[in-house]
Design a protein around this ligand. Structure first.
Ligand SMILES: Nc1ncnc2c1ncn2[C@@H]1O[C@H](COP(=O)(O)OP(=O)(O)OP(=O)(O)O)[C@@H](O)[C@H]1O
Ligand SMILES: CC(=O)N[C@H]1[C@@H]2OC[C@@H](O2)[C@@H](O)[C@@H]1O[C@H](C)C(=O)O
Length: 372
């Protein structure tokens, strides 16, 4: 039997809303025992630091470059992860010595798959030193070296979860609605297909932040007061991203937000919720078989308007949409769990990505492992 390890996954996603911390007991293969979860939100001032990092990262040409404020923001980000790990261990009466490895995502500040360039800031050695736990980080880079899109990496974890599903018949499609949305299809024959499906919450967040001064549209309340502006929705949905022959992974800035002249506050939020939902189904059109079951995770599942649209559009194609919770999972912690799972696979040199997920030439492992 393969060795079962205890791993912590740390995710700071494209929404830049905080750090998700999850515990997983796994052999990096079929054994997956989910443990506790903690979300440590960023304060507005640090979110502004991350936005500055994204802005300054636009000039990066070599992935190790840390010009301007990037080096100091990387250190601040890492130290926040150190605090998050300490809080998590204390809250769950765990000892650092009981954790075999931390899977550390860091913060994506630049993602240009067409140039084989992806940059996640986060100092794995500093995190290992401060926590006393081995760290596996920089999990995306090797995929790109081998011709992959560098994202998404969660499909192999979704596949492990699907293998443990007892009551849902395959095929199944996991959908993550984070800042960007991505999906994973697991066929009845075990085939795994995964790719980024389009804009998720980022456009909605940017819109309501600019026009209402709030970081996100809680529950879809603002959208619920508005109507869909077809012309604006079409501007997004007619993007060549959806019809291209090859699936491409996305950078947070690939779909720019609408201008103030495009809509009133509520109509804009309503339209962008629809765009997020319609993008997913449009992109699902490239799957081998039209999904009959979608399992939704990520913060976007908490936007009721977005979810109603998604249910409605999927139903027209015979698809059912359920939340991760309805399938027995935790929709907030799934990506952090995935990073714990990937860290264990990285330790064992197992593939993280596959031709069917990132388009990598052959299955490859990845990540840098540092001991404390
Ligand atoms: N109660 C809520 N109602 C509506 N939307 C919400 C709610 N809670 C969170 N969200 C949305 O979910 C976003 C965060 O989602 P999540 O944490 O899944 O994204 P992420 O992991 O940062 O992104 P990615 O998966 O792209 O890396 C928030 O920015 C917000 O837009
Ligand atoms: C470059 C990058 O950070 N991409 C993220 C982003 O957020 C969602 C989507 O775009 C996905 O491709 C990926 O994250 C998840 C965790 C992944 O790699 O599976």
């Amino acid at each position: 039997m393969e060795k079962v390890r205890t791993a912590i996954g740390l995710m700071s996603g494209t929404s830049m809303d905080g750090i998700d911390v999850a515990l997983l007991r796994t052999d990096g293969r079929a054994v997956v025992e989910r443990g506790p979860f903690l979300n440590v939100p960023y304060d507005p001032a640090f979110r502004d630091r991350l936005k500055l990092a994204l802005e300054q990262a636009k000039t990066i040409t070599q992935r190790e470059q840390r010009r301007g404020d990037l080096a100091s923001i990387e250190r601040e980000l890492t130290l926040r992860h150190v605090v998050a790990v300490r809080e998590f261990l204390a809250a769950n009466a765990l000892d650092a010595a009981s954790i075999d490895v931390i899977g550390f995502h860091g913060q994506t500040v630049l993602h240009r798959p067409d140039e084989a360039l992806t940059v996640q800031i986060g100092d794995g050695a500093l995190l290992a030193h401060e926590t006393g736990i081995s760290v596996a980080y920089d999990l995306r880079a090797n995929d790109m070296v081998h011709g992959g899109q560098g994202a998404p990496l969660v499909p192999v974890y979704h596949a492990a979860l699907a293998a443990n599903l007892t009551n849902a018949a395959l095929p199944v499609c996991f959908v993550n609605i984070g800042g960007i949305s991505n999906l994973t299809y697991i066929g009845a024959d075990g085939v795994i297909v995964g790719y980024d499906s389009g804009p998720g919450n980022t456009l909605i967040d940017q819109w309501v932040e600019t026009h209402a001064g709030v970081p996100f549209d809680q529950g879809g309340m603002i959208a619920s007061e508005g109507r869909i502006i077809a012309e604006l929705a079409d501007r997004y949905l007619n993007s060549p991203f959806f019809t291209a022959e090859k699936r491409r992974s996305l950078d947070r800035n690939d779909f720019p937000p609408p201008s103030g002249a495009d809509a009133e506050l509520a109509d804009g939020a309503r339209t962008l919720a629809y765009v997020a939902a319609a993008s997913i189904i449009k992109s699902a059109g490239h799957l081998p078989v039209t999904p009959t079951l979608y399992i939704v995770c990520g913060g976007g599942r908490l936007n009721r308007v977005l979810m109603l649209d998604l249910r409605d559009i999927a139903r027209r194609q015979g698809g059912q949409v359920i939340s991760a919770e309805a399938a027995g999972f935790n929709g907030d912690s799934m990506e952090a769990e995935a990073w714990a799972y990937l860290a264990v696979r990285s330790l064992d040199g197992l593939p993280l990505t596959f031709p069917g997920t990132t388009g990598v030439r052959a299955p490859v492992s990845g990540g840098v492992v540092v001991k404390p």
